[in-house]
Design a protein around this ligand. Structure first.
Ligand SMILES: Nc1ncnc2c1ncn2[C@@H]1O[C@H](COP(=O)(O)OP(=O)(O)OP(=O)(O)O)[C@@H](O)[C@H]1O
Ligand SMILES: [Mg+2]
Length: 347
């Protein structure tokens, strides 16, 4: 019997394909994190101890319980879940975790139908977000003219930030044909500061793997450190020049990344989506600050989604930075478009 596809709206976990999808759109997960989700989803309502997860997922490999905590943190980010008010994964203090949604099963045929080029009303239009959509379209218009933009889409968990950004950009990309590069990176709730530039490298890696990958690689090769190009595109041949240090100073790395993004945005407009900036690492926010204050033209729109009330120092830093960039004006303008709860539900 084929392995089932487990449905816990808006997500589908395809055990046969080893893929988590959200309304039919793949959500990337590390293999161990996928395995943790698989283990939990198959035991709805059950307390699963950390030790049981370690045994099931890591087997004989000696690791600390922190790996479980990290994977569950990644899952919460991917699912848009919150520890304080879980919709999917509940923490049972000092003991383990419980999958609290009610999963059902789907047939592969139902999932194969591309449910969600739009995850909204079904006719491809976004329900009740015309003002926000126009504003994002305006940010992109200004960015396309060469004035870099950094915009924050803020709103509570589940209010529709990702849907708004995805749907508006999908429509704008359709309208502009191929003349738009869109890269999306996800911030992950991490402990101890977080890996530097995680969402930005995530987004650049996805661009390298995309249809436009070769052109992106050429641009990165000209501006980013060789080791970084190799990390983002491991298949790319190494340059013949002298080997570069793999470290450099943090300031040097910051400037080179900013220059790389500017260069990528010099010909085709680049939209860099950074999801869930309340969990950003400090380096990513420093990079945004450098980008915001540069005066050179760049066809760059950085679109950040942000939950305003999640307790995290990065959320506070993001809000302060965005206000500061707006107040200082200059080449970079920043905006904040709050998503408010819809007054009517889609039918
Ligand atoms: N304007 C809309 N019209 C119809 N459905 C919507 C709309 N906005 C959001 N939804 C639906 O609401 C759900 C949650 O939306 P979404 O994931 O975009 O929220 P979010 O604000 O990004 O959440 P999080 O903070 O957890 O990332 C999705 O199933 C989505 O399809
Ligand atoms: Mg979201």
């Amino acid at each position: 019997m084929p392995l089932p596809i487990i449905d816990f709206a808006p997500f589908q976990l395809d055990l046969r394909a080893g893929q988590l999808c959200r309304d039919g759109v793949p959500v990337p997960l590390r293999p161990k994190t996928f395995a943790v989700l698989e283990h939990l989803v198959q035991r709805p309502g059950e307390l699963v101890t950390k030790q049981a997860l370690l045994d099931a997922v890591w087997g004989d490999v000696a690791v600390s319980e922190d790996v479980v905590r990290l994977s569950v943190g990644e899952l919460r980010t991917a699912l848009g879940d919150e520890r304080a008010a879980p919709r999917f994964i509940e923490t049972v203090p000092r003991r383990g975790y419980r999958f609290v949604a009610q999963p059902g099963t789907l047939t592969p045929e139902r999932v194969a139908a591309p449910v969600a080029e739009d995850s909204t009303g079904g006719d491809g239009t976004l329900v009740g977000r015309s003002r926000e959509s126009s504003e994002i379209a305006e940010w992109l218009r200004v960015a396309t003219s060469g004035r870099r933009q950094i915009g924050f889409v803020t709103g509570e968990a589940g209010i529709g930030k990702t849907t708004l950004v995805d749907t508006v950009l999908r429509d704008l990309r359709r309208a502009s044909g191929a003349r738009l590069r869109i890269a999306c990176g996800q911030c992950i709730e991490q402990y101890g500061g977080g890996a530097a530039y995680l969402p930005v490298l995530d987004a650049l890696g996805a661009l390298c793997r995309g249809a436009d990958g070769p052109a992106v690689e050429v641009s990165l090769r000209a501006h980013a450190p060789d080791w970084l190009v190799h990390e983002l595109a491991p298949w790319a041949p190494r340059s013949d020049g002298p080997a570069e240090s793999t470290t450099g100073t943090p300031e040097h790395m910051l400037q080179r990344l900013a220059t790389s993004l500017d260069a990528l945005a010099s010909d085709i407009p680049l939209v860099l989506i950074l999801e869930d900036m309340q969990w950003s690492d400090h380096s990513t926010l420093d990079l945004l600050s450098v980008l915001a204050h540069r005066r050179e033209p760049a066809r760059l729109l950085v679109l950040c989604t942000l939950r305003p009330r999640t307790p995290s120092c990065m959320g506070t830093r993001c809000r302060a930075s965005s206000a500061n960039w707006s107040a200082r004006g200059g080449a970079a303008r920043s905006f904040s478009r709050a998503c408010r709860r819809r007054t009517s539900r889609p039918t």
